[in-house]
Design a protein around this ligand. Structure first.
Ligand code: 4AD
Ligand code: MG
Length: 459
């Protein structure tokens, strides 16, 4: 068989081999190189798995002259035989018969052997997927996304798509990035603008998901969301991905049940399928990660009313920067205390004061709180925010007015409460925060390949 027609085999497959395999082709990037008198050793990685394949090139072999040119980071094709390694540290190695440099690497390759800081790697986000840590993070991210789809499919949810460009603020918080084709923009000029209407990037697909749930029953979106909140924190990104299920004929209890089951199922699946990558995070990023993940998977998540949570915080023997008071949002320090010190694991806080939450949440009988829930977890803080929706047209209209929002611009949403309205509930899970939860990655900028945050957008 001529080598040109040989199909490459992934390093993942080779490292899992049960017996030697002659005549294979491997393609990847040079991670390290070590030369001795008669041999050179290369570690190459092809991204299929955390581990590298050791390649041994004898000084008298055909590829040796090419090998001597191959620098760190170079893309190579190696032909040879997979055999048991006599050296320490690996079961298999590739005895190379030929090596071809597919793409040489300049000598100033920024990822030399030493360990780099996350801050430095963030500045070279275009190259960091080639490091062990970010390779692992992005493989795990892929696994988590697919596990989410598997979860919903198994439960009979339909995957639906809400628009990215929208004319209405789903959260009513005024944090939207405006979309316009006008070079110079003056306010009432929408009629000259592309859509002839106010347009912005969506902050959430929820409102459209509600419309679809009121037709298909159980749906979810999984899409980017955009928020122009100028909060430079380790948990906020201007562009992030959100999973938003929505169920017709469901209440807040069903909503929390779904959220708990989603987190547990996805965590379990990801840990099983990406054990090696999770192991890297456990070793180098968050010692104790595996124990924390066991709690995430096995614990029954406690549920406390917001009112109770405030009492717990007030009674806590702890000095907070912001004193916990009914009617004030839970600060990061409060969320951390609840999940990391008090409940020692995930906890649902529900029935928040209506003044803290968006217009669409269902007003409770006390007229003061809404049927909202947040799932707080150690490390990532608020992982999920959701609610039962206000299905009563009169109450919803009154809420919009109360909040100073124009009922006119939500006419289509209000229509759903006019014709066949039904109790329904849903939530949003921040996908990057899930990745942070599963890996111990402490900064959201490192949980998404190309982060967008205030004053940072390199390309
Ligand atoms: O709590 P939020 O704002 O809720 C909604 O958007 C609802 N429409 C969801 C729904 O009920 N369908 O956002 C939901 C989750 C948060 O809990 C958080 O995990 C994540 O989205 N999130 C962010 N993640 C990263 N960067 C940001 N700026 C985020 N804002 C929210
Ligand atoms: Mg929230």
């Amino acid at each position: 068989m001529s080598k040109e027609r040989r199909l490459p085999i992934s390093i993942k497959e080779l490292l899992a081999a049960r017996e030697p395999r002659p005549n294979v082709l491997v393609q990847g990037w040079v991670r390290t190189r070590r030369d001795s008198r008669d041999f050179s050793f290369l570690e190459i990685n092809d991204g299929s798995i955390l581990g590298n394949l050791q390649v041994v090139v004898a000084a008298n072999s055909k590829g040796y002259s090419a090998l001597k040119e191959a620098r760190l980071g170079a893309a190579v094709s190696v032909y040879g035989d997979l055999k048991e390694s006599l050296g320490q540290g690996q079961k298999w190695e590739l005895g190379a018969s030929e090596l071809v440099i597919v793409g040489q690497s300049d000598s100033d390759y920024p990822l030399q052997k030493k360990r780099h800081t996350d801050e430095y790697l963030r500045e070279i986000a275009h190259l960091r997927p080639r490091t062990n840590k970010y390779g692992a993070a992005f493989r795990l991210r892929s696994e988590a996304a697919l596990a989410i789809h598997d979860f919903f499919r198994a439960k009979g949810f339909f995957y639906v798509h809400a628009p990215i460009i929208t004319g209405s603020d789903a959260e009513g918080a005024g944090e939207m990035f405006q979309v316009t084709t006008l070079k110079e923009f003056s306010d009432p000029a929408f009629k000259n603008d592309f859509f002839g209407h106010y347009a912005a990037l969506t902050v959430s697909g929820q409102l459209e998901a509600e419309l679809l749930a009121l037709a298909l029953g159980k749906v979810y979106t999984f899409a980017p969301a955009f928020r122009a909140e100028n909060s430079n924190t380790a948990r906020h990104a201007a562009e992030f991905w959100m999973v938003e299920p929505e169920m017709a004929f469901a209440d807040l209890a069903a909503d929390m049940e779904l959220a708990e089951s989603l987190v547990k199922t996805v965590a379990k699946e990801v840990i099983e399928r990406r054990a090696q990558d999770v192991g890297l995070f456990n070793q180098f990023v968050e010692p104790g990660l595996e124990a924390r993940l066991r709690v995430l998977i096995e614990a029954d998540y406690p549920k406390v009313q917001y009112r109770e949570a405030i009492k717990i915080l007030t009674k806590a023997n702890k000095r907070f920067e912001f004193s916990p008071t009914f009617g004030a949002d839970l600060a990061t320090e409060h969320e951390k205390f609840l999940a990391e010190e008090y409940f020692l694991g995930p906890v649902f806080v529900y029935d928040y004061p209506k003044t803290l939450k968006p217009f669409y949440m269902r007003l409770n009988d006390d007229q003061e709180t809404v049927a909202a829930m947040d799932l707080l977890v150690p490390k990532a803080g608020e992982l999920i925010g959701g609610s039962q929706r206000e299905e009563r047209l009169d109450v919803l209209t009154a809420r919009l007015t109360e909040l100073g929002l124009k009922a006119d611009s939500y006419w289509w949403y209000l229509d759903s409460r006019r014709w066949g309205s039904a109790p329904h509930a849903g939530f949003g899970l921040g996908f990057e925060r899930l990745i942070m939860t599963l890996t111990g990655i402490a900064n959201i900028r490192d949980a998404i390949p190309f982060p967008r945050t205030p004053k940072t957008l390199a390309f």
